[in-house]
Design a protein around this ligand. Structure first.
Ligand code: NAD
Length: 435
């Protein structure tokens, strides 16, 4: 191993991170907390200014506290790639959204690699490039490595490559980063893998060392499995509802079997967020591309697409024609404890309500600002009580704990028709999507 890097090991590594979103920023503050010197690069200048001012551009529990400790001390944000060559290694954490055909859109990874390669041209010491973004198997070998080598003009012996997928849950991201179930490191050669392993030396978790493509696949296979558990619970829940069986009792009975486990069995309105839907979709697209027929994965997706619409059907059965009716929506973020509304099930529900002529009054503790960009024409309220006032019905879409305390507030409604898409309420007269 290069002496320069070995010396840094005893003290700290100098790590650069590309992309300061949910994954990049959380990685940055946590690596700073672990004692490393972190340079974060994001093409969004305003985001960099906020980070340097100690102001989190996203909501994530504990993020403000860590940022206030490390911003402009061991963590600096830049809108330029110039800083990269001074670091030992670079984590790529840019977005990989869903493309129009369902596959993963790798344009941000591609442009990050071009800039990264350019910025490494004059670096003389060894550098490691670590892909943390979720990318389809083969991306590091076929896109990242050729692009970084071409633009840097370097040989494969001068730059190491690794894949280190991220498994954090939004809302719990900092806790999850610091307390992972496992750390997966795929690498082309030992040296890059060892360097990534040394980054996490203060974290106590099993390390899984693999080939590059296996590490990429582990991330997709994990998310597809989690999505499968949810759609399974929802399908069983839909059957239970018809039979008058409480699906939560059933899932408790199932989840205690150690071969199954209790997590991700909460029946409800389906999964959303920036990961499960797009990663499942990308895996389906990849399988089809390879000539496979991913029957199970497609069913998981199809259950998830239909599930939120069951909320609207249930509502119609309770209140009849929705034209002109005021419907309160409690919860816009895709889950509690986050402001992220990407692929939130409430988007499908609200669009269907608008289509059927309803008037939507929405409230979310954190997600309204982001949702206004997607759905600007519904009314947003500062409290649940305000959204509920004079409503003909209410749909609960996110399991924010504060919703569990609501009861008298529902008396502000014109009629107490309360339908839950997440099991969170404590009032007796609520009806669940599948309970
Ligand atoms: P995000 O959209 O929140 O953040 C991406 C950031 O990258 C943005 O700030 C954007 O300005 C920046 N960016 C785009 N192009 C850039 C470039 N060329 N150079 C520098 N910065 C650039 O995305 P995210 O939710 O943090 O996800 C990042 C990756 O991590 C994705 O591949 C995602 O699938 C994966 N992932 C996300 C989560 C999650 O819960 N959000 C969990 C695990 C893995």
């Amino acid at each position: 191993m290069d002496d320069g890097i070995k010396q840094n090991y005893e003290g700290k590594l100098r790590i650069s991170i590309l992309g300061g979103g949910y994954v990049g920023l959380v990685t940055a503050v946590c690596l700073a907390e672990l004692g490393h010197r972190v340079d974060l690069v994001d093409i969004d200048k305003e985001r960099c200014e906020l980070i340097n001012a100690g102001e989190p551009p996203i909501y994530e529990s504990g993020l403000r506290e860590l940022l206030s400790i490390h911003a402009c001390r061991s963590l600096h944000a830049y809108a330029s790639y110039d800083v990269i060559k001074g670091s030992d290694m670079t984590f790529i954490c840019v977005g990989t959204p869903q493309g129009a055909d369902g596959s993963s859109d790798l344009s941000m990874v591609s442009s990050a690699c071009t800039s990264l390669g350019d910025s490494l041209k004059d670096k003389e010491e060894y550098h490691a490039v670590v892909v943390k973004s979720t990318v389809p198997p083969g991306t590091t070998e076929q896109l990242v490595i050729p692009s970084v080598l071409e633009h840097s003009g370097k040989e494969i012996s001068e730059i190491g490559f690794a894949v280190n997928p991220e498994f954090l849950r939004e809302g719990m991201a900092i806790y999850d980063f610091m307390n992972p179930d496992r750390i997966v490191i795929g690498s082309l050669e030992e040296r890059a893998g060892d360097l990534v392993e040394s980054v996490y030396r203060k974290i106590n978790a099993p390390i899984v060392r693999t080939a590059l493509t296996s590490a990429e696949m582990i991330k997709y296979a994990s998310n597809a499995f989690l999505a499968t558990k949810i759609s399974y619970a929802n399908e069983i829940g839909n059957i239970c509802k018809r039979l008058g069986i409480d699906v939560y009792d059933v899932m408790k009975g199932i989840g205690l079997d150690h071969r199954i486990g209790p997590a991700f069995l909460n029946a409800g309105a389906g999964f959303g967020g920036s990961c499960l839907p797009k990663d499942l979709s990308a895996l389906i697209a990849l399988a089809e591309d390879l000539g496979e027929d991913p029957v199970l994965l497609r069913s998981v997706m199809s259950i998830n697409e239909r599930q939120p619409l069951r909320m609207v059907d249930l509502l119609s059965r309770r209140v009849g024609d929705l034209r002109g009716k005021k419907i309160a929506i409690l919860g816009l973020s895709f889950k509690d404890n986050t402001d992220d509304v990407r692929e939130s099930r409430s988007i499908d529900v609200i669009n269907e309500l608008i289509l059927r002529g309803a008037l939507v009054a929405a409230y979310d503790p954190r997600g309204s600002t982001s949702m206004k960009r997607i759905l600007p024409d519904i009314s947003y309220h500062p409290t649940a009580a305000e959204a509920l006032r004079n409503a003909d019905a209410c749909l609960v879409m996110t399991e924010w704990p504060e919703f569990g305390l609501l009861d008298d507030e529902f008396n502000l409604m014109r009629s107490r028709v309360i339908i839950e898409g997440r099991r969170v309420l404590s009032c007796k007269d609520r009806e669940g999507i599948c309970w």
